[in-house]
Structure formats: structure tokens, C-alpha cells
Design a protein around this ligand. Structure first.
Ligand code: MG
Length: 159
């Protein structure tokens, strides 16, 4: 039976941090603040996969109070979510995600993001959708105070 999960994440843009989205480091004067590499796109996807399993969220599995997760690349979290899918004898059918960022322009990096997300989840790139939009200059995203991402994942699980 195919199960669907949803994920959402947002991080603040601050000076002095690298900007990592979908596992790709993108040149930008600011980066996302957080305990790990703060890759909002991978975090949203992780929550979507965990949600499809009916599991608790990324903060439960990888609490930001745990020094083990400090500065780690978020592909670690995706790989762990994929491992939990496999433990349940499930298969990821597809993932689709939207990045909401006023700047920088992420289009040139989307193909590489898909490759890295697919590699972390151990699926084909064809199973991964990544799209991006601005927030039309409105709100905190429009003012470049933060970047958000939303994702859905479908997972085929035995009855
Ligand atoms: Mg996060």
C-alpha cells in the first residue's frame, strides 16, 4: 500500500554560515543557521519520508541538543530515514519538493541536488523532484531572512 508523507522546514539566513541546499554548497553571502548543516530541503524531505511511515519527526530522531548531530551533513538524516524505510520492508516510490527562497537563484544547482538527494536515499534521480520558487518579495522569505522547503514522499509498505 502506498503511504504519503509531508514535510516542511525553515531556517534563518545568517552571515558566517555556508548555504547548503539539497546537499549542494551554493555561493551566497549568507547561509542557513542551525545545529547541523541546516539543509532545509533535505530536512523537509526527511520529515516527508518519516511521515509516510507514520514515524516521529526529524527532531525526534536527530535532536539538536545531541552533539552527535552538530555540523553533520543532512544526507546522514536522509540515509537514516531510508534505513528505517528498509527496516519496515518499504520502498520509496518518489519524493517531490519545493524550495522557497528569494535569493540566490538555485535553478543551476537543481540537477546536482536531485543527484545528492537520490544518493542519500539510495534511489534513482528519476524518483526525485526538486522545484524552486521565490516568495515574490513578500514576508520573511521575501526579505531574505530565511529559506523554507516543503516536500511530499510516497512509500510503498507491505500491508
Ligand atoms: Mg531543519
Amino acid at each position: 500500500m502506498v503511504h504519503v508523507g509531508i514535510g516542511y522546514d525553515v531556517h534563518q539566513l545568517v552571515a558566517g554560515r555556508k548555504l547548503v541546499l539539497g546537499g549542494v554548497e551554493i555561493p551566497h553571502p549568507k547561509g542557513l543557521d542551525g545545529h547541523s548543516d541546516a539543509d532545509a530541503l533535505m530536512h523537509a524531505i526527511c520529515d516527508a519520508v518519516l511521515g509516510a511511515l507514520g514515524e516521529e519527526d526529524i527532531g525526534h530522531f536527530f535532536p539538536n541538543t545531541d552533539p552527535r548531530w552538530k555540523g553533520v551533513p543532512s544526507k546522514t538524516f536522509l540515509a537514516e530515514a531510508a534505513r528505517i524505510v528498509a527496516l519496515r520492508n518499504g520502498k520509496i516510490v518518489n519524493v517531490d519538493a519545493t524550495l522557497i527562497a528569494q535569493a540566490p537563484k538555485v535553478y543551476p544547482y537543481i540537477a546536482e541536488m536531485k543527484r545528492r538527494i537520490a544518493a542519500a536515499l539510495d534511489v534513482s534521480e528519476k524518483q526525485i523532484g526538486v522545484k524552486a520558487t521565490t516568495n515574490e518579495l513578500m514576508g520573511f522569505i521575501g526579505r531574505e531572512e530565511g529559506i523554507a522547503a516543503m516536500a511530499v514522499a510516497s512509500v510503498n509498505l507491505p500491508e
